[in-house]
Design a protein around this ligand. Structure first.
Ligand code: HAM
Length: 427
């Protein structure tokens, strides 16, 4: 055991016991997407590095510090995807989904993302995002549809104290005016800020507002707010979003400092947080927003877009923080206990028949004593054990015992499937 190889930092093994939770959550995500009429898209785990440089933005922390990029034999640089939106937009353009008869295009994805971050609870280097993207509609009702989808999803899983935080980042015109005001505001004091912020003043002054190092600087608190710079169009758009939220009685908090860490956003930006009982310092479960220029920036036709993403890892931490137990069942329906070689051979045939009928069944493969096999059946939460000895083989029967009640009956092979199905709810 001297040369143990461990998993890389910031990654996780999802073992049986926990993997059932993942499956449950993923199934719920698929169900809700289906009822909101979103279709699944699966894009590659790695893309050309340029996609994220152009899509997510050259000046973002993700692109500057967190990408897993490498060059394959003589090829261009490729990157393990740090997020899904740029890939979905690339696929939308490449596969000409703008030409589909049914519009807008409503997509969802569930898959691993990679960011070279400093690992802590809820911040992994490999994590799984569930995300949705709607391409081709500029209707504020869509902004609200995706927020409600995320909120309903969390509520269905039993989460409480959810806080929907929303802001508008305005359109290009609003952003330009805001940018100029921020540069004026921070310039005289910029030497007192961290190095990152000093370069952000040139490249992306908005990002100074959510700097992790300088967040207590008084100039951040006194900085002008985006809502002072909205164009009429941006203000009206935001008002409509709020109107639809009110109509659906979805409560929200407006936070004019919410800027988000990716460059492609304009208009609506939102995050969903767990209010109160968080986990560590991270309480953001989900983030998203509108990106009306991204498809065009990636070489496609002018196409408005909006979406969100959330990680399953943070969701699980949220469920844990609120002591929510998902209703997963890993019960076995029937455990077969053969006694003797002849019965062992016959039991493989019975086992297959049960399984073909959708009954969860298993058999001892360690040739253990009968008593130990009973223990194994209990460990698997089996509803029934079927005991098969020479005599039963000759009569084509089994002794079927219900573990909870200890009641036992002799059942013919031919009747076994129906008998068990009759007694078990999930079948
Ligand atoms: P993001 O805010 O970078 O946005 O990430 C969205 C969510 O992914 C976060 O709220 C969190 O749940 C999860 N997440 C991010 N980084 C980590 C990490 N290191 N470990 C665990 N979970 C993490 C985006 O990715 C955008 N693509 C969202 C979007 C879609 N905007 C429009 N469409």
């Amino acid at each position: 055991m001297s040369n143990l190889i461990n998993r890389p930092r910031g990654t996780n093994d999802v073992l049986p016991g926990e993997s059932e939770l993942w499956q449950y959550i993923e199934n719920k995500a698929r169900e809700i997407c289906s009822s909101f009429n979103y279709k699944e898209i699966r894009t590659p785990i790695f893309e050309h590095t340029e996609l994220f440089q152009r899509g997510v933005g050259d000046t973002t922390d993700i692109v500057q510090k967190e990408m897993y990029s490498f060059t394959t034999r003589g090829e261009k640089s490729v990157t393990l995807r740090p997020e899904g939106t740029a890939s979905v937009c690339r696929a939308y353009v490449e596969n000409k989904l703008f030409g589909l008869p049914s519009q807008p295009v409503k997509l969802y994805y569930i898959g691993p993302m990679f960011r070279y971050e400093r690992p802590q609870a809820g911040r992994m280097r490999q994590f799984v995002q569930f995300g949705v993207e709607v391409l081709g509609s500029n209707d504020p009702a869509v902004d609200v549809e995706i927020m409600v989808l995320a909120m309903e999803f969390y509520r269905k899983l039993g989460l409480k104290n959810l806080k929907l935080v929303i802001n508008s980042l305005g359109d290009v015109e609003s952003r330009q005016a805001y940018r100029t005001a921020l540069v004026q505001h921070f310039s005289p004091e910029i030497s007192n800020f961290c190095e990152d912020c000093q370069s952000r003043l040139e490249t992306n002054p908005l990002r100074i507002l959510d700097c992790k190092k300088d967040h207590n600087h008084p100039l951040i608190k006194s900085a002008p707010r985006i809502n002072q710079f909205y164009s009429d169009e941006a203000r009206i758009y935001f008002e409509k979003v709020l109107l639809y939220l009110d109509e659906l009685k979805e409560s929200y908090v407006i936070d004019t400092t919410l800027v988000r860490g990716l460059d492609y956003y304009n208009h609506t930006a939102f995050e969903i947080m767990l209010d109160g009982e968080g986990f560590g310092s991270i309480t953001t479960l989900c983030g998203g927003g509108r990106y009306n220029d991204l498809v065009e920036d990636l070489g496609g036709p002018t196409t408005p877009g909006i979406g969100f993403a959330m990680s399953i890892e943070r969701l699980l931490l949220g469920l844990q923080a609120q002591n929510i137990n998902l209703p997963i069942s890993n019960k076995l329906d029937c455990y077969l206990i053969p006694i003797g070689d002849k019965a062992k051979i016959a039991s493989t045939r019975i086992l297959l028949k049960l399984r073909q009928a959708g009954i969860r069944a298993d058999l001892d493969y360690l040739n253990r004593k009968m008593k130990t096999q009973f223990k194994e059946a209990e460990r698997n939460n089996a509803k029934f054990v079927a005991i098969i000895g020479d005599e039963e083989v000759d009569k084509n029967t089994v002794q079927l015992k219900e573990l909870e009640t200890s009641s036992q009956e002799e059942v013919r092979y031919d009747d076994l499937v129906l008998y068990i199905k009759d007694r078990i709810k999930h079948l």
